[in-house]
Design a protein around this ligand. Structure first.
Ligand SMILES: [Zn+2]
Length: 189
């Protein structure tokens, strides 16, 4: 059996895991978009260049094509350097892994809470250990989160759990940017 205090902590952990899930999805979407663009340009830029070069050979458009090529090649080079230097591919993989782990953690929290009368305190202890390890990996990958991102993720977590903000009592569905430090909403008076 799990006491009320532990149940509250499990619910809070569930909310944190769902919030983290939304942050991972956001980062993953961004990284996938840019990774795809770099991969596409790496094929498209040379292909287009060679086609146009053959077509424009000996015509007045030749120098113009060369000029466009230089700009596109420069752009592609910058993107490729950014992709490698910031490890976009590896980061996307890590976000994907942690996304799955947070979903699993939130599910496990749900199971513990629905069976709280029969669950042993030992199971709860193991759950918190796992949560701690996943949260540590989240923090390492996210680095310093902006306030905006943190509040956005928190609101998405509230929506998923269908609850109001515990601090300002506002509903995450009615968002008017405000002073709440936890969810960024306007406190309900
Ligand atoms: Zn709030």
């Amino acid at each position: 059996m799990i006491d009320d205090k532990t149940a509250d902590a499990i619910l809070q952990t569930k909310l944190d895991a769902i919030s983290a899930k939304h942050l991972h999805v956001k980062r993953l979407d961004w990284l996938r978009k840019w990774n795809k663009l770099v991969d596409f340009l790496a094929i498209a830029v040379p292909a287009i260049y060679f086609t146009f070069r053959i077509l424009a050979k000996g015509t007045a458009a030749g120098p113009f094509i060369e000029h466009i090529w230089e700009v596109l090649a420069g752009f592609l080079l910058v993107l490729t350097i950014l992709k490698v230097a910031y490890g976009w591919q590896e980061r996307a993989q890590k976000h994907g892994t942690l996304l799955g782990e947070n979903i699993g953690l939130a599910g496990q929290a749900g199971n513990l809470l629905s069976e709280r009368q029969t669950v042993s305190p030992e199971s709860a202890r193991l759950f918190f250990l796992l949560a701690e390890s996943i949260e540590g990996n989240d923090r390492e990958l996210f680095g310093r989160l902006s306030e905006e991102d943190r509040k956005y993720a928190y609101r998405e977590g509230l929506k998923e759990l269908k609850v109001d903000c515990t601090r300002c009592k506002s509903s995450p569905w009615e968002f008017i940017p405000g002073s709440c430090q936890q969810c960024g909403n306007t406190p309900k008076s």
